[in-house]
Ligand binder design. Structure first.
Ligand code: ASP
Length: 358
């Protein structure tokens, strides 16, 4: 190797920040708590695996972390209630607060609604230590079960010091995605979890846990959402926009007691049929609406109220005055942020601030 090349490599190594080291150190002595909630990862034919049985599946686990296990639930992800969400977040917060030496927490979940549970934890766990959410696409009785491999990777991510401060992380298939952005993109394939538009935060490979991106938006230890005194989450529904959609669905959820509605709008915020009038109906009754996009990625841009002289119909003006833009949050994530926002405020300006900070 020429001297110039050698010198260049030396300079490069010297200027790389610690977090980008190529083979990040694994910490076998790090303690990690597994909190199991169920899902396909434990759905063995003839009886679901318990949290303890799950950790026994991972070969040479003590090379990576010291794992303690507890069972929170053992159900499909879509069966978890909003009250269980509150309890799960309170449990994770409690476990981290009572044990300052714990490196991180791993939560198993069914994959169907995993992205929602993970984002809820991302906004409500008040700690810099990682919360890693993991699942599997094949059950333990299926040839090619990948649950043990995913679990091993999740434990390694939770044990890794470089995972601190990144919020809730979703680990499957050797990839680390942020809970804020990850989506299940395929109903059956193993590579289903992806972050459309931005890509993975990092990878779990043979040589270690490596990050290539960081989270800029507020979460976990920088979050203002404190569930300590919260006993119930406000009802927020998601309404899809499609050609000719009737606004009476929106009116129904308002009449049923929703405090907020997330509209999964066409393109960058369009509604169809009679939905616009129904959104005005919601606003008149104090129900907040957040406009998000049904496209799967991209932003809905916050709008300024146009000056009166432009002659805009009153209903449309009202909608713009009340409208909250989800920006780049997918409809299901925007619903969670709106639910949490409504536990703290009923001021539209405050809710808009939250949508631009989280
Ligand atoms: N139906 C399962 C669930 O979400 C799917 C899975 O775990 O992958 O619980």
């Amino acid at each position: 190797m020429g001297r110039v090349v050698q010198a260049f490599i030396l300079v490069l190594v010297a200027v790389l920040p610690a977090g980008t080291s190529i083979a990040a150190q694994e910490t076998a002595s790090a303690r990690v708590r597994l909190i199991a909630t169920g899902g396909t990862i434990s759905n063995r034919e003839g009886g679901r695996l318990t949290a303890k049985e799950l950790i026994e599946l991972v070969p040479n686990l003590t090379n990576y972390a010291q794992v303690e296990a507890e069972q929170f639930a053992n159900v499909s992800s879509s069966q978890l209630t909003l009250n269980q969400w509150l309890q799960l977040s309170q449990r994770v917060n409690h476990v981290l607060a009572e044990d300052p030496g714990l490196a991180g927490v791993v939560v198993t979940s069914g994959t169907d609604t995993l992205e929602e549970t993970a984002y809820f934890l991302h906004l409500t766990v008040r700690s810099e230590r990682p919360v890693v959410v993991v699942g599997a696409m094949r059950n333990p009785s299926t040839l090619g079960y990948e649950g043990a491999a995913n679990l091993q990777q999740a434990f390694r991510v939770a044990a890794a010091p470089q995972s601190r401060g990144k919020g809730a992380l979703v680990v499957l298939n050797g990839e680390i995605n942020s809970a804020r952005e990850v989506t299940k993109t395929d109903s059956l394939r193993l590579h289903t979890f992806a972050t459309r538009g931005y890509g993975v935060l990092g990878l779990v490979d043979r040589d270690g846990v490596v990050y290539y991106r960081d989270m800029l938006r507020r979460h976990t230890y920088r979050s203002e959402f404190d569930l300590a005194g919260v006993t119930e989450l406000p009802r927020v529904d998601v309404i899809l926009v499609y050609q000719g959609a009737s606004g009476d669905l929106i009116e129904s959820v308002v009449d049923a007691g929703a405090h907020g509605i997330v509209v999964a709008a066409a393109g960058a915020g369009a509604t169809s049929g009679t939905q616009n009038e129904a959104i005005a109906y919601a606003h008149k009754r104090g129900v907040f609406t957040v406009m998000s996009t049904r496209t799967g990625s991209g932003r809905v841009i916050p709008r300024q109220l146009p000056p009166l002289e432009q002659g805009m119909p009153e209903g449309r003006r009202l909608n713009i005055a009340h409208r909250i833009a989800a920006q780049d949050l997918a409809p299901l994530k925007a619903r969670i942020l709106l639910m949490l926002a409504l536990t703290r405020t009923s001021d539209v300006t405050e809710i808009r601030r939250m949508f631009s900070e989280y």
